[in-house]
Every structure is written in C-alpha cells, then in structure tokens.
Ligand binder design. Structure first.
Ligand SMILES: Cc1ncc(COP(=O)(O)O)c(C=O)c1O
Length: 287
C-alpha cells in the first residue's frame, strides 16, 4: 500500500490531547504558523514499536518551542506518553514519528501574542530516506544562517525553507541532497542530516554544531565512535579540507548513518569506519 498522500490514510493522530481519526487532523488556513513559519517539530524513528531516544526528542520539541518563545501546554512526560500511544494505536512496528507544535488562527499579523499553541503527534511507516545506497551531494548556493539571524538550534519550520530549496535544486541536478556551507563559508550539514569525515590519519571530524541542529544521531554516533576507540574531533571545517577525506557519511534520525559516495565531482569509498558505525547504530537502535 502506498504511503502517500499522507493526509489520506487510516489510523489516528494525537491532536491536543485526543486521538483524532487520521483524515480529520486538519488545521485552519489562517493558522499563524502557516503564515509566519514558527511551527516546531520533531522527526523520530521507532524500531520494534519503540521510539529511539524518545525522551531526548520530546525534550528537543519543548526546547525548540522555547527558542521561538512558544509555550507548549504539555510536559515532556505527556509528549512521551502521546507518542507511545500513537505508535501503539497505529500498530506501527518500524516507522517515523512526527510531533509538531504550531500557533493557531486566533490572530493575524506578525506578533504571535494571543495565539493558542496546538500539538499533534503522527506516526506512519517510512522506509530508508535515500533508498539505502551511498548518496551524492551537491554544494548548495544556500548557506546556513548565523545564530544571530535565526534560532538555528531550534527544529523550527521556517528554517527549512532553505533546506527545501537546497535539496530540490540538488535533486534537480541529479544528486541526492545538498552539501551546505554556513554563513562563514565553513562546512555545515546536509538538509536534514549532519556530516562526518574521516581524515587521512583515521580520525573522525565533524563541524561544531554552532549554527545548525546538533543532531541526536550525531551525538549518538560520536559516542559510538569513541566507544569503538575512534578519535572524534568537533571543529570548524573548511570545504577544501574535504578533498583529502577518506570517507564521508551523514547522520540523522531519518537517514540513520548513510555513506556519502560523492560530493560534487569527487567520489569517496564506503570505508571501514562508516561501515562499522552503520552496524553499531543499527544494533543500538534495535537493542
Ligand atoms: C537540518 C537537520 N540537521 C540535522 C538533523 C539530524 O538530527 P537528528 O539526528 O536529531 O535527527 C536533522 C533531522 O532532524 C535536520 O533536520
């Protein structure tokens, strides 16, 4: 059965404290967040009916909301419980979970004062994000903004305008995703995943997450790598440095650990460090 369109499925979506039939989980066209981009959301995966790192994701939803001055009217425990409930009620074994908080249609105008905050959690099957093989990235003309210009640590809908344009341009050019630099010209990330590089000395390098999401998978993979005796270095990385990389991979809830086989015109092998971290991550999420 097709997964799409996503608004026409059987099942239930947790919405503002209740389970609502899937097709009835709708928002009004005058919702503030639809106009001003201030919704915050999460992307989670469940394995064997259990969401991996659920508490961290629920907490990040609350933290993202706080960064855009939105008060979510639920505790982290209530969001965890809502998530477990929709996974169970939709009989989801493996799949994706999308909690979202948005401002309603109580006011029009840039100020959000007076809006009600709504929360929903949906869960549905979702296979491998890129299809499983090593991916090709194309350097994007779009840059990740400075934390002085945007709430870059928040998983906020408005920030994804850049990601959608960057990814669609890369895909139109025959690539799988965009390789994004930041406002300083340093290496940032892909459009929904963090980047890692193995340098010629066998150490693993990843850009400091100071203007993009410090992914939960990124943090997990750093811990896994260190537990495997691999030295991990978080630092500012310039795009030219990637030329000498021995291996490149991306991490994210949706993409898990995916090898990067090409950036622009340069190819990279799927090497032993990437393979061992893919295996370790696959084992951990199902543990
Ligand atoms: C822009 C962006 N960067 C990185 C990530 C990876 O974050 P996580 O590992 O928490 O899924 C995501 C996915 O949520 C993302 O959307």
């Amino acid at each position: 059965m097709s997964l799409l369109p996503l608004d026409d499925r059987d099942g239930v979506i947790w919405t503002n404290g209740k389970l609502v039939p899937w097709r009835d989980a709708k928002v009004h066209v005058l919702s503030h967040s639809l106009h001003y981009g201030n919704a915050v959301f999460e992307g989670e995966r469940c394995y064997g009916g259990k969401v991996f790192k659920l508490r961290q994701h629920s907490q990040r939803l609350l933290d993202s909301a706080a960064l855009v001055a939105m008060a979510i009217p639920y505790t982290v425990e209530e969001i965890d419980a809502a998530t477990d409930l929709v996974v169970r009620e939709n009989k989801l074994d493996s799949g994706y979970v999308r909690p979202i908080a948005w401002r309603g249609a109580e006011v029009i105008g840039v100020s959000a004062k007076g809006t009600k905050v709504h929360v929903a959690v949906a869960a549905f099957p979702w296979p491998a994000y890129y299809g499983g093989a090593a991916i090709k990235l194309k350097t994007s003309r779009w840059k990740r903004p400075s934390p002085e210009s945007a709430p870059t640590a928040a998983k906020c809908a408005g920030l994804y305008v850049i990601c959608t344009m960057a990814r669609d341009e890369a895909v139109a050019a025959g690539y799988d995703d965009a390789f994004m630099h930041d406002y300083r010209g340093q290496v940032a990330e892909a459009t929904s995943a963090n980047l890692f590089f193995v340098t010629p000395d066998g150490t693993l390098h990843t850009p400091t997450a100071d203007c993009f999401l410090n992914g939960i998978t990124r943090q997990t993979v750093i811990d896994l790598a260190r537990a495997h005796g691999i030295t991990v270095v978080e630092r500012a990385i310039w795009p030219e440095e990637i030329r000498s990389a021995k291996e490149v991979f991306v991490t994210g809830t949706a993409v898990e650990v995916t090898a990067v086989g090409q950036i622009d015109d340069q190819t990279f092998p799927v090497g032993p460090i990437t393979k061992s971290l893919q295996a370790a991550y696959a084992e951990l999420v199902r543990a």
